[in-house]
Ligand binder design. Structure first.
Ligand code: PEP
Ligand code: MG
Length: 593
């Protein structure tokens, strides 16, 4: 094992590790929010040089946006990249540019301030219009305004060699939204470090699915970091190391190589079945958010997709929600790519920390307890039907696919959702459009009220899928994205463990399988517990598949069962973690080195 060096010079900031891996690179700071730039007076003969500065900033911004557009095309395709075309058009808007010129000469103030004022006036007008599409444009304007102002702040455009595209970077921010995360270029950004956040926020989930090391909860990170300074992000231990010594850099480089080698060795097991030593088969599938993850599904030998979070596709589109036809083609591509294994399509789960389905006039006081998941779909039946019809059609020729409803809180929601699904089947039948007749219907168990009713709900569906992220949040009443209470966010809280056990037992009684698709399924420490509780399917981030397969192949179901029996009687989380951890260490010690 490599020994970790100790240096007194370096600064170690401790946070919460949320995506494993090591990143070595230069710090890139991301400051969000548009603060009014400081205003100062200029002389009349400075107007021209201010305009030169302004045009340079516009050009730099256009170059940056074009680069972003290219990256977005690679990640999500042409359609998603269209947002950047709109941004470039905004940069060329003659009315805005003329007004900046006029105001600059009239007010004789620095150009960043003039530009800010002009843009604010435009945004104010847009905020008042009735058309929600136009109102949503203010976000684009805000974004573009901030970029131009940032580029004006850096006095000169970056030198060619300073903006070395190849140089790896570690992005440090107060917080990142899921869309910020999705938009980064993984070939340049090798790590994420944020001051707030939690391991089950959608930003952390995305970082894991992109295979980028990430650490959250690094308090005061922004006060300590220096732009462009070299740093190391340890996504295993949750540490951001500033001013690393040569020894530390060497240590982490060696560790990186070693981890890479170990991962490659696990990848070699890709064609072996995911079965415990004593013969219990576990379906190992993946959680998917974006098309760029598709290729990895086959590469790691996963058995299809256990959770397709459709909301990132449905809501990430700048020109509105894709129609039935477009959705159908998108889903079909995924279903065909995964055949003969199926895809479980989760219907729109908007709200919470993800984008809302519609722009809300006033923010919700408690978004996680509000208009989220199936509640949104049932209150927008036309949108819901569009998605259901698209999924039914997309899976017509690919057996083994399924659909599941998120954030179910009780029986009536299940019956209503199923009823609408049946209407869609009948419509397609009448229209003579082929559709999947064998599509399985499941529900996510992530709200305690549904979990308590699983004996009743099991009679209504073909499978359960436990969303341990929300189940933990709602059972313990602890916000999944609030790092103040992150230490309370424990999927091993005895109540959560009992609820998972109860759900699996209720499913078994009715002969339906229960999958685990929350982040808990990808935690090698807790795998013995989930297998022992009787889960027959795990859905994890694509990069975790080789590790989880290796772990399952080294477990003994009988031992897991016995340990889970003790865990169900344990009084606290610590006892449960220790029980599961002991068996995990004994079963696959190599993963703990
Ligand atoms: C969950 O809640 O565990 C889950 C898988 O859904 P999401 O993380 O998308 O809310
Ligand atoms: Mg959930």
């Amino acid at each position: 094992m490599i020994q970790e060096p100790i240096s007194t010079e370096e600064i170690h900031l401790q946070g919460i590790p949320v995506s494993p891996g090591i990143a070595l690179g230069k710090i890139r700071i991301q400051i969000k929010g548009s603060k009014e730039p400081v205003a100062y007076d200029i002389e009349p003969d400075e107007v021209d040089s201010e305009l030169v500065r302004f045009h340079r900033a516009l050009q730099t911004t256009a170059v940056q946006i074009r680069a972003l557009r290219e990256r977005m095309i690679q990640i999500s395709g042409e359609k998603e990249a269209a947002i950047f075309d709109a941004h470039i058009l905004l940069l060329q808007d003659k009315i805005i540019l003329d007004q900046v010129r006029t105001e600059l000469a009239r007010r004789l103030q620095n150009v960043e301030h003039i530009f800010y004022v002009v843009m604010q006036n435009y945004m104010e007008v847009l905020r008042r219009v009735d058309d929600p599409y136009l109102r949503a444009k203010t976000a684009d304007m805000e974004d573009i305004m901030q970029r131009v102002i940032d580029n004006l702040r850096s006095t000169e455009p970056p030198e060619e060699d300073e903006a070395d595209e190849e140089e790896p970077e570690i992005l440090v921010a107060y917080d990142l939204t899921p869309s910020d995360t999705a938009a980064v270029d993984a070939s340049q950004i090798h790590g994420f470090a944020t001051e707030i956040g939690s391991s089950v926020s959608h930003t952390a989930i995305l970082a894991r699915s992109m295979g980028i090391p990430a650490v959250v909860g690094l308090e005061q990170a922004l006060l300590n970091v220096e732009s462009h300074a070299p740093a190391i992000l340890d996504g295993y231990k949750g540490v951001l190391i500033l001013k690393p010594s040569t020894e530390t850099v060497e240590y982490y480089k060696r560790l990186q190589v070693e981890k890479e080698k170990a991962y490659k060795a696990l990848e070699a097991l890709r064609d072996l079945p995911t079965v415990t030593r004593d013969g219990r088969s576990i379906r190992l599938s993946v959680n998917v958010e974006f098309p760029h993850e598709y290729s990895g599904i086959k590469e790691v030998g996963a058995e299809g997709v256990g959770l397709f979070r459709t909301e990132f596709f449905l809501l990430g589109n700048p020109s509105g929600m894709p129609d039935e036809e477009e959705q159908m083609h998108y889903y079909k591509k995924l279903a065909e790519g995964c055949a003969p294994h199926g895809v479980i399509f989760r219907t729109l789960d908007s709200g919470g920390d993800k984008l809302p389905c519609e722009r809300l006039d006033t923010p919700e006081p408690n978004p996680f307890l509000g208009w989220r998941g199936i509640r949104v779909s049932l209150s927008r039946p036309e949108l819901f039907k569009q998605q259901l019809r698209a999924i039914l059609r997309a899976c017509a020729d690919t057996p083994g696919c399924g659909i599941m409803f998120p954030m179910i809180s009780g029986y009536t929601e299940v019956i209503t959702a199923k009823h609408i699904l049946q209407e869609c089947r009948e419509e397609l039948e009448r229209e003579k459009i082929p559709y999947a007749r064998d599509l399985k219907v499941g529900i996510m168990i992530e709200v305690p009220s549904a979990a308590i009713m699983t004996d009743v709900l099991a009679k209504e569906v073909d499978f359960f899928s436990v969303g341990t992220n929300d189940l933990t949040q709602y059972t313990i009443a602890v916000d999944r994205v609030n790092n103040r209470v992150a230490n309370m966010f424990r999927p091993t809280h005895p109540a959560v463990v009992r609820i998972i056990g109860m759900t699996i037992a209720a499913g078994d009684k009715e002969g339906i399988p229960t999958a685990i698709c929350g982040e808990m399924a990808g935690d090698i420490t807790l795998l013995p517990l989930l297998v022992g509780l009787g889960a027959t399917s795990m859905s994890v981030g694509v990069h975790l598949v080789p590790i989880i397969r290796y772990a399952i192949r080294n477990l003994d179901y009988g031992q897991c069962r016995e340990m889970a029996g003790k865990a169900l009687c344990a009084p606290n989380s610590r006892t449960i973690v220790n029980l599961s951890l002991a068996l995990a260490r004994e079963s696959y010690p190599a993963l703990f080195e």
